[in-house]
Design a protein around this ligand. Sequence first.
Ligand code: F0G
Length: 461
Amino acid sequence: MGLTKRPFAEPYKIKVVEPVKMTTREYRLEKMREAGYNTFLLRSEDVYIDLLTDSGTNAMSDYQWAGMMLGDEAYAGSKNFYYLEENVQKFYGYKFVVPTHQGRGAEHLLSKTLIKQGDYVPGNMYFTTTRLHQELAGGTFVDVIIDEAHDPTVWHPFKGNVDLQKFEDLIKKVGPSKIPYITIGAPVNMAGGQPVSMENIRAVNNLAHSYGIKVVFDATRGVENSYFIQQREPGYQNKSVAEILKEFCSYTDACTMSGKKDLYVNIGGFVACNDPDLFEELRNLVVVYEGLHTYGGLAGRDLEAMARGIEEAVKDENIAFRVKQVEYFGNLLLEAEIPIVVPIGGHAVFLDAKRFYPHIPQNEFPAQRLAADLYIESGVRAMERGIVSAGRNKITGDHNYPKLELVRLTIPRRVYTQSHLDVAAWAVMELYRNREKAKGLRMVFEPKYLRFFQARFEPIE
Ligand code: F0G
């Protein structure tokens, strides 16, 4: 078969390899039973292709590894911190930076600093850890994303956008003094990796600021969002991803960051802002929960790897390949008519379990079952992003029933080749061919917080 269109390839070559284990179906069935039908409870050595997450699972470059040797492990004032600070200022544009061990550390500090008991925190769909920290700080999360985001079949170039009417309705209902900030995740992980446009963030900024409300950016995959703006939003075609990222951040007052995604590191994060008073409070609180304000729970070498990761992340050829690889994988599934969330997101392809297993009711956890079946059949590990992840309603105690019942196949950066993705796509197709036989699950153990990580299930026969 000849090539029919111009191929694309990795903007790097492989220097070190890590062998993976090949297993049998019987072996995997046994391991999945032991793991309570929860892919989070498998041992990684039993996984063939690991698409659980793109968080902390990336391959660092030789430039980052070389930086690890330059770790300045001083308790206070490590030079690696100052380099990180410089790069956050240069590429994200915020004035002040506080390092944290990962994204949720940043969310914890920011939520605790800004939210009072009884406050409301709007956001463009929730993220699990972000919402929980807002709730633990006494706030109530309110979803203000556009309706399209909740429909996996609707094509929209910026499906992560805020519905300004919903945002303004909330302000009028509860009063601006009860809304310390709005969180903007971009792209929106739980919606399928869907981006937010520059036009939308500008409008959010105007509306929020006209009521004295801050805008907080969850910048975890902000480089991916910037690439989508470059590709899809009129007027941005000739701008670099780095320029777009900086402009996007300029419409926000602060950010929380998990460096484990865009920045290619295995651990690390930060919270950054422009307001000196907010910075003082964050810098004070970090010493209680994470570590001194120049290391925030990280080793000097981790700070260096993250600082260098920023420089690589914003390079156009790197981010273009990253998103194209995800698109390639998604297109294989679309061509096979597998129900996935469209448009294809920046970090992952999401199977629509409601259409994949339409005969399994949502309270029998179809997405959880689909992720388990995928592992049993093929050794490919994915993650549930549906009713289990959505948790329970704070007031009624019933499950939250999200419209999206998804399985996420997440692509780590610089780790897998096109052939791995071909094999993973084939595994999904095989499963789809045999879908009628699948049955649901019953939950037999439920942890109190972020239950999806440790919940256990049994098959309904
Ligand atoms: N915000 C977003 C959008 C995320 O995707 C994550 C983590 C966090 C915040 C929290 O960061 O893990 O460093 O504490 N997402 C991972 C995932 C867990 O698999 O999507 P963290």
